[in-house]
Design a protein around this ligand. Structure first.
Ligand code: ADP
Ligand code: MG
Length: 383
């Protein structure tokens, strides 16, 4: 046994599942707090799991009692209870960090205060359509209306193209705590997985992320047509952003590369992230290995975070039929060298993340050639 401490995780989705894959290789027990048969629990047979919601304070307390270190695979959690249990169990990253990051507006404000460039934003809570009008005057159109909390895969964002969109925007998001962001005219989106350990801050390489309908579709490692200097600047910015927060673990940093090569941080995830899935096949130490090692103070050599070979990750989303994602997986298995990951989720709704695949090759161009038929296949299965 590499370590006999038990790790408790709030949330048992695909990120928890892949964290368990890494933990299993080191004989580390991971206790999951989530519904029965959640994706993570399916691959981990022991009696330490807790059945319930990661938003439920009593369940979080129960998880803390049977774990040595508590971490998260989702930031939409009860940080009040994490604060309470932090005296009895190690919580990584810190509940303070989780509390700031789970509110996107607070997160951006915090980053700005720490000298990290982010898009300009305006608080809209309680301001209704009058507030939207003011944003239109200040930022012009389009601007991005965002929910401060509970946002993922674009669910929480609304592009406001003009006054004609106010009604629809408020109908869609009006019941949530809102803020607005200046539109970022980005050339592309970049992301860096950052690892915060007891000794300092390390980074995985910079990758390019391609979103479709506000959901991550593809990740290119290294990014296409980005100079090494810019990739290094993205790593430096990501490092600076995460250096401003307390606690250990991996963090995903999403960034905009603007047309004039300026970099802005879009948002931060205090956990493993979709843009880091490629590390499973492409790096000696994956983001999941790194998260476990960081929260348990197991050494992480920086060389372990390097790209062994260029890689492209393609998300497998729910499509037009309930088995669209299975068809994509089968196509990948039959026609490519892709490593296929299915998450063991139940119903496939259009756009739901059901799995992903990664292709690595000696050059990015070779990986692009190999993955193109699968991208076409996925586009055909779209709901
Ligand atoms: P989520 O939590 O859903 O990932 P994000 O805030 O990251 O929400 O937004 C999802 C996507 O929407 C981004 O990856 C980007 O493509 C686009 N987006 C977000 N904010 C802006 C902005 N201020 N300007 C332009 N595009 C944006
Ligand atoms: Mg995002």
């Amino acid at each position: 046994m590499a370590d006999n401490r038990k790790v408790g995780v709030l949330g048992g989705g695909q990120l928890g599942r892949m964290l368990i894959e890494a933990a299993n290789r080191l004989n580390i027990q991971v206790n999951i707090l989530d519904a029965a048969a959640s994706p993570a629990k399916q691959i981990s047979a022991h009696n330490g799991h807790i059945e319930g919601s990661f938003k439920d304070a009593a369940a979080v307390k129960q998880l803390a009692q049977c774990s040595d270190v508590v971490t998260v695979e989702i930031e939409h959690v009860d940080t009040q209870m994490l604060e309470e249990v932090a005296g009895q169990v190690v919580v990584e990253p810190s509940w303070k960090t989780l509390r700031i990051i789970k509110d996107k507006y607070a997160q951006k404000h915090y980053l700005k205060e720490h000298g990290v460039d982010v898009a300009d934003s305006i608080d809209l809570e309680g301001k209704g359509s009058k507030g939207l009008k003011e944003v239109g005057v200040t930022y012009g159109f389009p601007f991005m209306l965002k929910s401060k909390t509970e946002a993922y895969d674009g669910k929480g964002n609304f592009v406001v193209n003009g006054e004609q969109d106010f009604e629809g925007a408020l109908k869609t998001l009006g019941s949530r705590p809102l803020y607005a962001e200046r539109w970022a005219e980005f050339r592309m989106e970049l992301a860096v997985m950052v690892v915060k350990t007891k000794d300092g801050v390390l980074t995985f390489p910079t990758v390019e992320t391609v979103h479709e309908d506000s959901i991550c579709k593809l990740t290119y490692a290294p990014p296409r047509n980005v100079s090494e200097k810019t990739a290094q600047r993205a790593q430096d910015l990501a490092k600076k952003a995460i250096g401003a927060f307390e606690g250990k673990g991996v963090f995903g940093v999403e960034m905009f590369l603007l047309k004039d090569d300026t970099l802005l941080v879009n948002e931060i995830a205090p956990r493993p992230h979709n843009s880091g899935h490629y590390t499973i096949e492409a790096c000696p130490i994956s983001q999941y290995d790194a998260h476990l090692r960081a929260i348990l103070d197991i050494p992480i050599p920086q060389a372990g975070l390097r790209l062994r070979e260029p890689a492209i990750m393609l998300n497998i989303l729910g499509g037009k039929t309930p088995d669209s994602h299975v068809k994509v997986a089968n196509e990948a298995l039959a026609t490519t060298t892709a490593s296929v990951h299915l998450y063991g989720k139940g119903d496939a709704r259009p756009g739901r993340k059901m799995g992903h695949l990664t292709i690595t090759a000696p050059t990015l161009a070779a990986a692009e050639r190999e993955i193109q038929p699968l991208i076409d296949f996925v586009d055909n299965q779209k709901g």
